[in-house]
Design a protein around this ligand. Structure first.
Ligand SMILES: [Zn+2]
Length: 422
């Protein structure tokens, strides 16, 4: 079949036959034929629009060798490779990364179910996510511990789905006032010891979301930031001064901007800045937005972009159990959630309950509805996530030497190719 593809480049009859097949068929046939010849060593993506960190190459090629990016070409080339993938004008993009993802396909990370976690990884990879942090919720300590042990087990197994990079601990150290869809029964005060208890010596926690105004937050943040863990402000009623001080203690990111946080605090006639304004103003802080088109309108994303620029803004799903499932009633760590019209809400309508978005949807919204440049929106959905967990040397963009987690999508951001394995 490789000859057929190469023949296609010289316009043989086989090539014409090949062209009439749907793109996904071509990928599948190509994979099957090449899998029978043994493991891939080199793979060439050609004839596509290559999305780099700072620009798009209109008709370029990318050569992968042993799973790493070996070379990027600024034109369509025809060199020998074990597998040749004709992108046929599609975008050749780095796979998306999501450091805030709870579930999908009817499963939640908190289920502590190995098969369920693999299904979450498989569902999200279908939509272009090639790596993510399995994100926990506020729950009893033993339940969080069991979820983390399960993630550790799956991470170290052979499975077919997006790569799990570790844990994002979202909770239980949050403000009662801004708890959102976190179960109030299990809120707790932060301490290094509490996080050690969750970690259980596994060393897979890469991000912690907590409220900085809580007693013990600065000490806990300092202890874990010094290990390279990203510390994010979340579900918080902190004022501007507290956020500014928290940066000195290791906080460096804001979880789902404008959702579950203080902004424009006005106890009387006088306005005070809260977490959201601090996020916009302080360059030391990166911010993430749930860009599903439901949590906030395009103009809020445009405002955030104007303040933070393309390097300090991240698109996240915050996806939960009902993602890629029929609408209806679901459970979120003991709370009832109703999904209607693409929105997950607590049944008492007091809060959003994460989202049912996938990464391709975020990119579509940022590019089509918010008007962001495509390569910048891709950076917000991949490289910037890698950066906040110190993995940007390895993943997040198409660059020589990085892992070749390459995906292909069309102009409407429909993903038609993802890597076959983690
Ligand atoms: Zn979340």
């Amino acid at each position: 079949m490789r000859n057929a593809i190469e023949g296609g480049l010289t316009k043989t009859r086989t090539w014409r036959f090949w062209l009439v097949l749907p793109v996904q068929w071509r990928f599948t046939i190509s994979k099957v034929v090449h899998c029978t010849r043994g493991a891939y060593v080199t793979r060439l993506f050609t004839n596509g629009k290559v999305i780099l960190e700072d620009k798009i190459i209109e008709n370029g090629s990318v050569l992968e060798e042993d799973g790493l990016i070996k070379e990027i070409f600024t034109d369509r080339i025809d060199i020998p490779a074990d597998e040749m993938i004709d992108a046929n004008g599609l975008y050749i993009s780095p796979g998306f990364i999501d450091t805030h993802l709870h579930g999908g396909g009817g499963y939640d990370v908190m289920d502590a179910d190995a098969d369920g976690l693999v299904e979450i990884a498989r569902i999200h990879r279908k939509h272009g996510c090639t790596a993510f942090l399995a994100t926990t919720l506020t729950a009893p300590t033993e339940q969080i511990q069991a979820a983390i042990r399960n993630v550790h087990k799956v991470m170290n197994s052979d499975y077919n789905g997006a790569r799990i990079l570790g844990i994002h601990l979202e909770g239980p150290c949050f403000s009662m006032k801004f708890k959102g869809a976190q179960n109030p029964k299990y809120l707790a005060l932060p301490s290094p010891e509490l996080f050690d208890q969750f970690d259980q010596g596994l060393g897979i926690i890469r991000r912690i979301s907590m409220a900085p105004e809580l007693k013990g937050a600065f000490e806990a943040a300092k202890a874990y930031a010094s290990k390279g863990v990203n510390i994010s402000i979340a579900h918080s009623e902190a004022d501007f001064a507290c956020v500014k001080e928290s940066v000195r203690h290791g906080f460096s990111h804001i979880t789902h901007m404008y959702n579950g946080m203080s902004y424009l605090i006005s106890p009387d006639y006088y306005c005070q800045a809260g977490v959201a304004e601090a996020g916009l103003l302080l360059d030391e802080l990166t911010v993430e937005v749930i860009a599903d088109g439901k949590h906030m309108p395009p103009e809020i994303l445009q405002l955030i972009y104007k303040c933070k620029g393309p390097d300090r803004m991240l698109l996240t799903t915050d996806a939960t159990r009902p993602t890629n499932m029929p609408e209806g009633k679901y459970d979120l760590s003991g709370l009832d959630v109703l999904v209607t019209d693409g929105v997950a809400m607590l049944t008492d309508h007091t809060s959003f309950a994460g989202s049912v978005a996938t990464c391709d949807k975020l990119l579509r919204f940022a590019y089509k509805e918010c008007g962001f440049k495509l390569h910048e929106a891709v950076k917000m959905a991949s490289l910037n996530h890698a950066k906040i967990i110190n993995m940007d040397h390895e993943i997040g963009s198409i660059k020589r030497g990085k892992r070749a987690d390459i995906i292909l999508f069309d102009d409407d951001i429909h993903v038609v190719y993802t890597p076959s394995q983690t």
